[in-house]
Design a binder for this molecule. Structure first.
Ligand code: SF4
Length: 269
């Protein structure tokens, strides 16, 4: 595995790594201290709003390939945190992700995760690791909308059941590090009714909400800045923790949902 290219915007640095079998995957250095790493070549969840899963899964990364995204950069960049939030669903490659997690911890890094929560048996284990945050994708509380947005994610009902069983077993401190992710898209999942249901779910579970801004990679449209702020205020009025996408995560280069396999190759995967 080798670093083959570095692309740069004012905010983010995007790294392309070429793997032994010729595929390229991507990582992003952002916020001046965080590296977002990939866990799979492609993604089997195939969310319709995300460029990473467009062509499905090619293969899992080994733990070494996950860890080496950091190891090959660590002497050049002041990496203090790892966000397991790049290409891939970490729980579907759990054995390798867990091994890489322990290697990151040995280096004194803080490690946070973004996941759809499936397979849920691994989510249970993840919630109990010494992580720095777990953000679980919800994106809609309506089955038909969710199915369209995240066609190969598990059922929301099953996810909520597991969260209701597992979250009360965590300490308050640990529960405070769990968030539900909601990617706001115009006329798809931005109705007041849906936002209120989301707020009530988060309140019931005792977790926060990461309200994500949509980086346009497909047919959907982002909401306006004003609508984004109004949604934030509505959720906040329920007395729950709500975080917004930072400018790094909204950046066209390396922002959420924009990473791809084989960016510069003619071969489609
Ligand atoms: S949003 Fe995450 S789970 Fe969905 S396709 Fe993209 S990488 Fe996979």
């Amino acid at each position: 595995m080798k670093l083959s290219e570095v692309l740069q915007s004012e905010l983010n640095k995007l790294f392309l790594f070429e793997l032994e079998d010729g595929y390229t995957i991507e990582s992003v250095f952002y916020r001046g201290d965080t590296l977002c790493v990939s866990t799979q070549v492609g993604c089997p969840v195939r969310c319709s709003f995300c460029a990473s899963g467009k062509n499905g899964l090619i293969r899992n990364l080994t733990w070494e390939e996950i860890y080496n995204q950091y190891a090959l950069l660590k002497d050049k960049y002041p990496i203090r945190r790892i966000a397991v939030a790049g290409i891939g669903e970490p729980l579907i490659n759990w054995k390798n992700v867990k091994e890489a997690f322990y290697r990151f911890k040995k280096e004194g890094l803080k490690v946070s995760f973004y996941t759809t929560g499936f397979p849920t048996k691994h989510l249970k284990e993840l919630l109990n690791l010494p992580h720095a945050g777990v953000t679980i994708s919800i994106h809609s509380l309506k089955d038909e909308v969710r199915k369209y947005l995240m066609p190969y994610a598990g059922k929301l009902e099953d996810l909520i059941k597991v969260l209701k069983e597992e979250l009360p077993k965590l300490s308050k401190r640990k529960r405070n590090k769990v968030n539900l992710a909601y990617l706001l898209m115009k006329n798809v999942n931005d109705s007041e009714e849906e936002l209120r249901s989301l707020a009530m779910l988060a309140k019931e579970l005792g977790v926060g909400i990461a309200l994500l801004y949509y980086n346009k990679t497909s047919e959907f449209e982002p909401v306006s800045e004003k609508e984004y702020e109004e949604a934030f205020l509505l959720l906040r009025s329920y007395g729950i923790r709500v975080t917004l996408s930072t400018r790094f995560r909204k950046d066209k280069l390396g922002g959420c949902g924009t990473l791809v396999v084989n960016r510069n190759k003619k071969v489609t995967v």
